[in-house]
Ligand binder design. Structure first.
Ligand SMILES: Nc1nc2c(c(=O)[nH]1)N[C@H]1C(S)=C(S)[C@@H](COP(=O)(O)OP(=O)(O)OC[C@H]3O[C@@H](n4cnc5c(N)ncnc54)[C@H](O)[C@@H]3O)O[C@H]1N2
Ligand code: MOO
Length: 399
């Protein structure tokens, strides 16, 4: 995280800004609401008139949202008022229509007393003219979009997104659109990684498959280093054809780390060049995706200015024991079920790093500390979420 740079900023349209991070403070350009308004459909009254109830009041006018009152409410009078309409002069409270009873078109009986200020939203309650309503560094969520629209920002200054390239390596790989060859391994990593990047709102570029040939690999890596971030999968380990790291070094990349005490993903590598950073992700499909979650995702979010780069973790109860040999932090793919006691985490089954099904059905990654020698059922565990939704508790329906 220390090695990745915050990118510059750019102006984008509000309707293209979801998921980005504000690169400017946002100021309100008016008082909201612009005057004291009613919070309810009902009657604008003088609270002194309803100190004793029931009280019958004369209705002097109807005030709609978008209209303006034309009368001052005098003693014994009231105005019919809609939610969001300006409170008329003289009135100091609103009473909900449910707490009243129409006596005639022009007379209403009030059945309960209210204090001054009741159901009135004072001018500037939501925001005051000139005040900072959103700070630089705020992630743009749907709620933030609503506030930006409220201050009429059709365009906003946000941090730039990294340009991301994805490269797969290996003679054994067969591209998605290449002819079927039963002896080959389909290149799934390019596509799974692409989707992980897309889930952050970034559109990456697939460079394709580089064969295990130093010259070809060098050309591809050179191309990849033109991007802000290069993700290379395969060829990071210690096999004689694992050329990725030495070739990167020959191209001037400074390797910051290689091999992490984690499972899966042990051979992961990371390096920086003048204007790019490179992740060498292990070839096994689950390893590359788990390493993306641990390293690439926080880096990409950090580069986009997000002050909350990491995935959320939750505490869960382990449904079925898991074994572990001390030495590496292990990320076990689990499903999460919401039960009365909270979330229950259960392993998705065979956990080999070449078993993509373990990842496809996972809600999260159970984090087993490196020193653990196994976790018993019913233990409290930490689960890193892969997304933010859950099955419905005791679902009556299908969802
Ligand atoms: N002597 C050692 N051998 C290995 C070690 C080790 O520490 N010492 N580590 C193992 C671990 S752990 C992993 S993970 C793998 C990772 O190795 P590489 O990053 O060099 O990956 P490859 O050898 O190229 O491929 C591994 C595996 O994954 C398949 N693969 C590769 N790319 C793709 C792709 N784009 N889509 C789908 N599948 C892919 C590849 O066919 C291999 O089966 O090294 C261990 N070995
Ligand atoms: O770390 Mo490897 O990623 O176990 O397959």
């Amino acid at each position: 995280m220390e090695s990745v740079k915050l990118l510059g900023s750019e102006t984008v349209r509000l309707d293209r800004s979801l998921g980005r991070v504000l690169a400017e403070d946002i100021h309100s350009n008016r008082d909201q609401p612009p005057y004291d308004v009613s919070a309810m459909d009902g009657f604008a009254i003088r609270s002194a008139d309803v100190a004793k109830v029931p009280a019958v009041l004369e209705v002097v006018e109807d005030i709609k949202a978008g209209g303006m009152p034309s009368w001052t409410v005098q003693a014994g009078q009231c105005a019919r008022i809609m939610t969001g309409a300006p409170v008329p002069q003289g009135a100091d409270a609103v009473i909900r229509v449910e707490d009243t009873h129409a006596v005639s078109d022009l007379r209403v009986r009030i059945d309960c007393s209210v204090k001054a200020g009741n159901d009135i939203r004072p001018r500037g309650e939501s925001m005051r003219d000139g005040e900072v309503v959103l700070r630089r560094g705020t992630e743009i969520t749907p709620g933030v979009i609503g506030m930006l629209a409220m201050v009429k920002r059709a365009n906003v200054l946000v941090y730039r997104q990294p340009r991301v390239a994805i490269l797969s390596t290996g003679d054994e790989l067969e591209g998605l659109n290449e002819p079927f060859d039963a002896g080959k391994i389909p290149d799934s990593n390019s596509h799974a990684l692409m989707a992980q990047v897309q889930a952050l709102g970034i559109e990456p570029v697939l460079l394709g498959i580089a064969r295990d040939d130093p010259d070809e690999l060098r050309r591809y890596l050179q191309q990849g280093l033109q991007f802000d971030v290069l993700l290379v999968s395969g060829g990071t380990s210690v096999g004689v054809h694992d050329y990725v790291r030495p070739t990167l070094e020959a191209l001037g990349v400074q390797m910051m780390f290689w091999r992490v005490a984690m499972k899966p993903g042990h051979p992961v590598a990371f390096g920086i060049a003048a204007d790019a950073c490179v992740f060498g992700l292990p070839g096994n499909p689950v390893s590359s995706m788990v390493c993306f979650e641990q390293f690439v995702l926080p880096a990409l979010r950090g580069m986009m200015g997000n002050p909350r780069p990491y995935r959320r973790t939750i505490e869960a109860t382990l449904g079925r024991e898991v074994g572990h040999r001390p030495g590496r932090t292990e990320f076990i793919r689990v499903t999460l079920d919401r039960q009365e006691c909270g979330y229950v985490a259960v392993s998705t089954g065979a956990q080999g790093s070449g078993m993509p099904s373990s990842m496809a059905s996972a809600d999260g990654l159970l984090v087993v500390p490196s020193g653990s020698d196994g976790v018993a059922a019913n233990s409290k565990v930490t689960v890193q979420l892969l997304d933010g939704t859950a099955y419905q508790e005791e679902a009556g329906g299908e969802w």
